[in-house]
Design a protein around this ligand. Structure first.
Ligand SMILES: [Zn+2]
Length: 259
């Protein structure tokens, strides 16, 4: 199914305003931005985990937005043929617009329907691993070129499971930088504005998630919802829901940008 990406600006502005209000309230209730709290107290405590300390957080100066899958790798799919790769790109482009409107530099791993492997090398049987290596390279090169602070690697995916009853956003984080856990917690908490019944918790990524395991800058992977759940797949098929989802993620990350 084609995913619309035009005429988003009015939605984005409305969502941005809503988001900013929620953010201000949250910041007030938590006693300041995560950046302001850096090094002072465990961020996870304020963000709602079981009192687990995550250490100092960095100020985020740029964002690498990674729309998962693409091209011949469709990722997960819904019962009616909705492809994860298309939804990932739609949410990622909305996130790009929001961060850029806020003055945060953005680098996209892809803006088109394609995998990132070099067509000039022998890629047969290695497309996926070459693609992941290329995404990692984008993250590392961007981080190297950024002098004002850390660069957040923000990977967008959709989930799927054989049993259709499972639903809800879930955020994974890399363990290379303590900021990752704090950002993941903030995004997971923000997702409650979209789905109050979602009780999923953030999870640390192991070697099973190649990019989060290897990227040493702050890195999170957002599983936006389950395409295997018909109700959630229907929500994800709607552009207004995807924009709301992007706005929730953006609103959760912005306090780490020193805003
Ligand atoms: Zn995926």
């Amino acid at each position: 199914m084609p995913i619309k990406s035009r005429s988003r600006l009015p939605y984005l502005i409305l969502l941005l305003l809503t988001c900013t209000s929620l953010l201000a309230l949250t910041a007030y209730l938590l006693g300041g931005s995560p950046t302001a709290r850096a090094g002072k107290q465990p961020v996870a405590e304020a963000a709602g985990t079981a009192g687990e300390s995550v250490g100092n957080t960095s100020t985020i100066a740029c964002v690498v937005i990674d729309a998962g899958h693409g091209g011949e790798d469709g990722g997960a799919s819904s019962a009616v043929g909705l492809l994860e790769k298309d939804l990932n790109l739609s949410v990622s482009l909305a996130l790009r617009d929001l961060f850029e409107a806020a003055g945060i530099p953005v680098v996209m791993t892809r803006t088109e329907d394609m995998l990132l492997y070099d067509r000039n090398v022998d890629f047969h049987g290695r497309k996926k691993i070459l693609d992941l290596a290329a995404r990692r390279l984008v993250a590392e090169k961007t981080a190297e070129a950024t002098e004002r602070g850390a660069c957040l690697f923000l990977s967008i995916h959709m989930n799927a499971f054989p049993q259709p009853q499972y639903n809800g956003m879930q955020v994974w984080y890399g363990t290379g930088d303590p900021t990752s856990q704090a950002v993941a917690e903030a995004i997971q908490t923000a997702s409650a504005t979209l789905m109050p019944s979602n009780t999923r918790k953030i999870k640390a990524a192991g070697s099973n998630i190649y990019l989060l395991d290897r990227i040493k800058t702050p890195a999170v992977l957002v599983e936006c919802g389950f395409l295997s759940n018909p109700a959630e797949a229907e929500r994800l098929s709607r552009e207004d829901y995807r924009l709301a989802l992007a706005a929730a993620v953006f609103g959760a990350v912005m306090p780490f940008c020193g805003a």
